[in-house]
Design a protein. Structure first.
Length: 253
């Protein structure tokens, strides 16, 4: 439960090793925060992440979670709540980028990305929303992407999963109005993280810390959708309407 001045006490990071997810959790911490739960596929490999969050009075736990294993999601949320109590902020940060080449060579690779980024995210978000309705409060932060604004031939499988997730998140955000809980959508551009390691940075690239600062500022201001950095909102007004002949010739970086 958030305290009387709105400080977050209990945070759950879905994709608990995500550099962006962890940076958002860190940015949310105040002396009142009591617990952060890192939900990830290999909870025995999070010692470094736990250490990066550690401070007096804060408990950081890592628990097993597979975003793609939708049959486990209801029990997962029940167990987290039984252990840690009401959830104040849930950060949905898991996802797969993959490459278009591997999807073209092996369509099952595309299915895995689609299942994780869309189906898995839908499943766990609805479980979180169900819990938030019972609590009468809670904020769900969903990591979408500018890649969902207009699919590029260079990574259209990933882009399409983010387009679907973004549409879902907008609908869920509207559906939660009046419940006391809300959903915020974050649309980052290129972020330097494990996901993009070794890739050529796109214009307006940024870092997990900057995404985290803008996200927490947006959350405190009650925003429904934010772009990180903010200028990408206007860049994509243009991108969305570029004639297809030009769009197809855009650099693939
Ligand atoms: N980096 C960017 O440029 C960028 C831009 C726009 C949006 N985003 C989105 O922001 C989110 C966070 O990305 P990031 O940059 O922080 O990347 P990241 O550091 O690679 O984090 C992604 C995390 O997702 C986890 N994951 C993948 N499949 C999973 C599954 N089935 N169950 C549980 N966890 C799973 C990975 O866990 P493992 O440690 O087990 O592999 C990894 O820790 C993603 O949704 C991404 O699509 C990123």
């Amino acid at each position: 439960m958030e305290n009387a001045v709105g400080e977050v006490q209990n945070i759950l990071v879905l994709g608990g090793r995500s550099e962006i997810g962890v940076a958002i959790a860190r940015e949310l911490l105040t002396p009142s925060t009591q617990r952060v739960t890192l939900a990830c596929r290999r909870p025995d490999e999070t010692r470094d992440v736990e250490a990066s969050l550690s401070r007096d009075g804060l408990r950081v736990d890592s628990v097993i979670f597979d975003g793609a294993d939708t049959s486990t999601h209801a029990d997962f949320i029940d167990n987290v709540v039984a252990t840690s109590g009401d959830l104040d902020v849930v950060i949905l940060a898991f996802g797969l980028l993959g490459t278009q080449e591997e999807c073209d060579d092996d369509p099952q690779a595309a299915v895995k990305i689609a299942h994780t980024n869309y189906t898995g995210a839908v499943s766990i978000s609805l479980e979180v929303a169900k819990r938030f309705r019972q609590q009468g409060h809670g904020r769900l932060i969903i990591l979408s992407s500018v890649a969902g604004e207009r699919a590029r031939k260079a990574n259209f499988v990933y882009g399409s999963t983010k387009a679907g997730l973004d549409a879902f998140a907008q609908g869920l955000s509207d559906a939660m109005v009046g419940t006391g809980a809300n959903v915020m959508i974050v649309r980052p551009g290129f972020v330097h993280s494990a996901m993009t390691a070794g890739m050529k940075a796109a214009p307006f690239s940024t870092t997990p810390d900057v995404v985290a600062q803008l996200t927490v500022r947006g959350l405190r201001a009650g925003k429904r959708i934010i772009w990180t950095p903010g200028i990408l909102r206007w860049v994509f007004v243009l991108m969305r309407h570029l004639p297809v002949a030009i769009w197809r010739r855009m650099p693939e970086g």
